[in-house]
Design a protein around this ligand. Structure first.
Ligand SMILES: Nc1ncnc2c1ncn2[C@@H]1O[C@H](COP(=O)(O)OP(=O)(O)OP(=O)(O)O)[C@@H](O)[C@H]1O
Length: 631
């Protein structure tokens, strides 16, 4: 003999509330959805049937909080109520041959009613079926797991025939869940879930000093489907909708339309850059809100947009709060991505204020897009500005000048930019996320000559002087380092081209020079002995390095100069011209120091008295050249 499964209702409800749904608030959604499905079913039988849903809150005579949802839907017979309302997993909305939800209904799983028990102590369903001659019924279910069905005629005297076709669901709260049934909570939730549903749904709201009033919460049309007199009017309405729904002022709205998959919507471009992986979208399913943080609706690279879509075909998970990541979703995601790509291509190809703004704010997203898509790669190479040692330009512009040489980190770029600039070599800073990948891909396409800056380029750029020369200038270098200590700047001597540039300034954000020193020491451990160890330690503490060009006569003469005011003034002049060569402007105190130093040099040459800047340089650390802020 076989037995039937028993269900512990309290246990099931606990399971739902803790592990399936995000919280008890979904009970409002389930009630509205059942009412909408019932109205849809009735309209299928009788297209002229009324289609209204009324939601109100109140109290039972015993003071328990209650929510009542009244629909003019298809209703339930006594047998249907007994079978459907209390059988977990039983739904009238599934197609028996396919085992899937039927296209016209939102519900399909047969568990929605249980959600109400997350807040309810009891649920009463009064209903009259649209089936001709059906008697009105009352179904009462209790949280402890019992229910009964009675015919209202027998229960409530002669009023039965006056009861119209439709259903009234009354949820009576457990004391500790009563706040979920408060008037403004229910209004807020009904709006959140139901505002785009295609029926007249109204909520009874309290009015200060007056009788409560019905307020319609549904909009007659999807915001992106409303017809306006002009494009401008439509744009303004969408901007307002975006502000209201997502809380930001859009840069642009991109229409999304996929009729074959029953998907439509709009993607709003965010007004500021966001990090990848934050693409979260608002999804409606048959015009009922599924969730406001749904990912995977658009491709990963579209993280610079927030979309709102309505879908008739994508499948919800049983919680009805996420989408099934199935093949259909993948196809939809790709198709919506293609529409966004088309918009991006068209917008960026024709120069406009909008194109500039999109590039300025969302260049990172465009880089991400270029990495995944060869067509976008060409577009990005044409329109995206890159920092190069020859100024800001697009990759297409850089390519027009010859081979593109890039560094894959910004630190490496900062280190070599000044040297490269001094030598007329254009180096592209490919330090942003995706850049190195992007340039590599570009390099593997026909017609582009691209390569990463190699260490061989660097060795060629900065030549280490011989040991003898290093020892010869050691004293001058030590003096120079003392003089530039307050500028947070180290001093080294190297040879590099062109020999017309006496000095360049390197940044040392990652201790690159320390590594250089380590390498040099490793190569010639005996010769250098402990000499470099001391240097390395102290040098690592300074964030910039002045490289004096040992191939340049001016620098050579400075290194040969005796200690004194001319040496200090000469060093300061070279330092400040290197600051300018590195693309940094001079601060006020530096401009003063520059003219002071020139004054000293001219004075020395012309025999006039020396200037005050030199005195400051040769004095101790409280000189005016001390950096007031980080460079
Ligand atoms: N307001 C209503 N009017 C008429 N029938 C209803 C109503 N509410 C519920 N029902 C019936 O009860 C059944 C079970 O409802 P329930 O909400 O548990 O599941 P569902 O809506 O079918 O599926 P889902 O779990 O996906 O919401 C429904 O299939 C429907 O036949």
């Amino acid at each position: 003999m076989s037995d039937r499964f028993q269900v512990d209702l309290a246990g099931m409800v606990d399971l739902l509330s803790r592990h399936l749904y995000s919280g008890p608030q979904v009970y409002v959604r389930e009630l509205i959805q059942n009412a909408v499905d019932a109205v849809t079913a009735r309209r299928a039988l009788d297209p002229e049937a009324p289609a209204t849903i009324r939601i109100s809150t109140g109290e039972t005579p015993a003071g328990e909080a209650l929510v009542e949802v009244v629909d003019t839907g298809v209703g339930l017979t006594a047998a249907e109520a007994a079978e459907l309302l209390a059988t977990i997993g039983r739904s009238s909305k599934r197609d028996p041959s396919l085992g899937l939800g039927r296209a016209e209904f939102i519900g399909q799983f047969g568990i929605g009613m249980l959600a109400a028990f997350m807040v309810a102590d009891r649920i009463e369903v009064r209903s009259r079926s649209a089936v001709l001659g059906a008697a009105p019924i009352l179904w009462e279910g209790r949280a402890e797991g019992t229910f009964e069905v009675t015919e209202l005629a027998a229960n409530e005297g002669g009023a039965a025939e006056e009861i119209p076709v439709g259903t009234t669901v009354r949820v009576i709260a457990r004391a500790e869940a009563a706040h979920w049934l408060a008037a403004d909570t229910v209004l807020g939730l009904a709006r959140e879930y139901g505002s785009l549903l295609p029926f007249d749904i109204s909520v009874l709201v309290p009015v200060d000093g007056d009788e409560p009033a019905w307020r319609r919460i549904t909009e007659p049309e999807l915001p992106w489907r409303v017809e306006y007199r002009s494009r401008g009017e439509r744009s303004a309405a969408l901007a307002e909708y975006c502000e209201r729904t997502f809380g930001f002022t859009l840069i642009a709205a991109i229409d999304l339309e996929l009729p074959v998959a029953g998907v439509s919507g709009v993607a709003f471009l965010l007004p500021q850059a966001v990090s990848p992986g934050s693409g979260q979208h608002r999804v409606y399913m048959k015009r009922m809100l599924l969730g406001q943080r749904i990912d995977r609706v658009l491709p990963d690279w579209a993280f610079f947009a927030r979309a709102v879509i309505d879908t008739e075909t994508l499948s919800p998970t049983a919680s009805r709060e996420q989408l099934h990541d199935d093949e259909l979703l993948m196809t939809v995601r790709d198709a919506l991505g293609a529409q966004m790509k088309q918009w991006v291509t068209e917008t960026l190809r024709s120069p406009s204020g909008l194109a500039r703004r999109v590039i300025e704010v969302h260049h990172l997203a465009l880089r991400a897009l270029a990495v995944t898509d060869p067509e976008m790669l060409e577009l990005v190479a044409e329109v995206l500005p890159f920092e190069t040692s020859d100024g800001v330009m697009t990759l297409a512009e850089a390519a027009a000048r010859g081979e593109i040489v890039y560094t894959s980190t910004t630190e490496a770029y900062r280190r070599v930019a000044a040297v490269a600039r001094a030598q007329g070599l254009a180096v592209v800073n490919a330090g942003y996320v995706y850049d190195a990948d992007l340039l590599q891909r570009l390099g593997s396409r026909g017609g582009w000559r691209v390569r990463e800056l190699e260490s061989a380029d660097l060795v060629q750029i900065l030549a280490v002087p011989s040991l003898a020369r290093e020892l010869e200038v050691a004293d001058a270098v030590a003096r120079a380092r003392d003089l530039l200590e307050t500028d947070d700047c180290d001093v080294i001597v190297r040879g590099f081209a062109p020999d017309s540039v006496p000095a360049i300034l390197l940044r040392d954000a990652e201790g690159e020079h320390r590594r250089d020193l380590d390498r040099e020491r490793d190569e010639q451990p005996d010769l250098w002995g402990g000499l470099l160890d001391g240097f390395a330690e102290e040098r690592a503490a300074r964030t910039r390095t002045l490289v004096l060009n040992d191939d340049c006569e001016v620098a050579q003469r400075l290194l040969a100069a005796p200690a004194g005011e001319v040496f200090a003034a000469g060093l300061r002049s070279l330092y400040l011209s290197a600051v300018m060569l590195a693309g940094e402007g001079l601060r006020g105190s530096e401009t003063t120091a520059f003219s002071g130093a020139l004054g000293v040099l001219l004075g020395a040459a012309l025999g006039a008295p020396t200037g005050s800047a030199l005195d400051r340089d040769q004095g101790n650390d409280d000189g005016p050249q001390r950096p007031e802020e980080e460079r």
